[in-house]
Design a protein around this ligand. Structure first.
Ligand SMILES: Nc1ncnc2c1ncn2[C@@H]1O[C@H](COP(=O)(O)OP(=O)(O)OP(=O)(O)O)[C@@H](O)[C@H]1O
Length: 279
């Protein structure tokens, strides 16, 4: 997908919000859009999603299925949560059962019978995320998706984003709170003074010294926890418990069958740093 010499303003007499913007977004890319308030991040996201049309220039080769979650979900609609998501699934030609997957993953099963206008801000935000995700988007555009989310959903969202990317989707996210900073390979564009510039790889804060953290978890939870940590950018290896040098109970448990853990890279027992240069 390509943004070619794009310029946009909200009206003929309005100032240009964006001018001469060029971007290239590949399949599987996760792209973070950053910049000060009011510089045009939401405007850029709506242009990328196809909800606004460029005044000049073009967005080319946009994937056909686009999921977009706005910064503020418009909750003043005459639906229950379940009714709204089923309606969106029908429009998107998605099996109604797919709605259940997302309400479960986003921790919103208890909201299904509630009316949209009665939802709290965070709950309404989850509905916006669910409708964006249920269509299996080739382009997923999320405007400040972490704002107001509870801790469990906040931890789940990077996993979801990594999954969309892994199956070849492009993900574009504005993220004031930096929840995606650790995601491996994430690209960053900065919006300022009407232009959009990609931050060079390797810019940003100095990498921290690495340490090994060994954690014993129930075998049945290991694969899921490993996925979460990997989505946060950590190198994770799964192995049998009981290798910690000290501590009550260490070494006394029976090692689980590694195949039951869903581990693809067994053989090393540590949860540790990317490069292995432990300190
Ligand atoms: N519907 C609209 N009509 C007219 N002007 C608008 C509209 N939406 C946004 N703007 C203006 O466009 C500019 C960019 O707004 P935008 O919401 O894209 O910025 P932002 O970087 O996302 O801000 P924030 O970080 O506060 O969310 C602002 O000057 C804003 O006032």
């Amino acid at each position: 997908m390509r943004v070619a010499d794009l310029s946009f303003r909200y009206g003929r007499r309005e100032p240009w919000v964006l001018a001469g913007v060029d971007m290239t977004l590949g399949a599987g890319d996760v792209v973070e859009i950053v910049g000060p308030n009011g510089t045009g991040k939401s405007t850029l996201l709506r242009l990328l999603a196809g909800l606004l049309r460029p005044v000049r220039g073009a967005v080319e080769d946009r994937p056909p299925v686009v999921g977009y979650a706005p910064e503020r979900f418009p909750a003043a609609q005459p639906f229950t949560v379940a009714g709204y998501l089923r309606h969106m699934a029908a429009i998107r030609k998605v099996a109604p059962g797919d709605v259940d997957e997302w309400t479960d993953r986003l921790g919103m099963d208890h909201l299904l019978g509630q009316r949209l206008p009665d939802l709290s801000k965070g709950s309404a935000h989850k509905v916006g995320l669910a409708q964006a995700l249920l269509c299996r988007p080739g382009l997923l555009v999320l405007d400040e998706p972490f704002a107001g989310l509870d801790a469990a959903t906040r931890a789940e969202l990077p996993v979801v984003i990594a999954e969309v990317s892994a199956r070849g989707g492009t993900v574009v996210v504005s993220d004031h709170q930096g929840d995606l900073r650790g995601l491996p390979g994430i690209r960053r564009y900065e919006v300022a003074d009407r232009s959009v510039r990609e931050a060079a790889a390797g810019t940003g804060p100095e990498p921290e010294r690495l340490a090994v953290l060994e954690v014993d978890v129930p075998a049945s939870e290991a694969a899921r926890l490993a996925r979460r940590l990997r989505a946060d950018g950590y190198a994770v290896r799964i192995g049998p418990a009981g290798l910690a040098p000290s501590g009550p109970g260490s070494g006394e448990r029976e090692a689980p069958d590694l195949r039951d853990l869903g581990a693809s890279d067994v053989g090393d027992s540590r949860v540790g740093p990317r490069s292995g240069e432990a300190s």
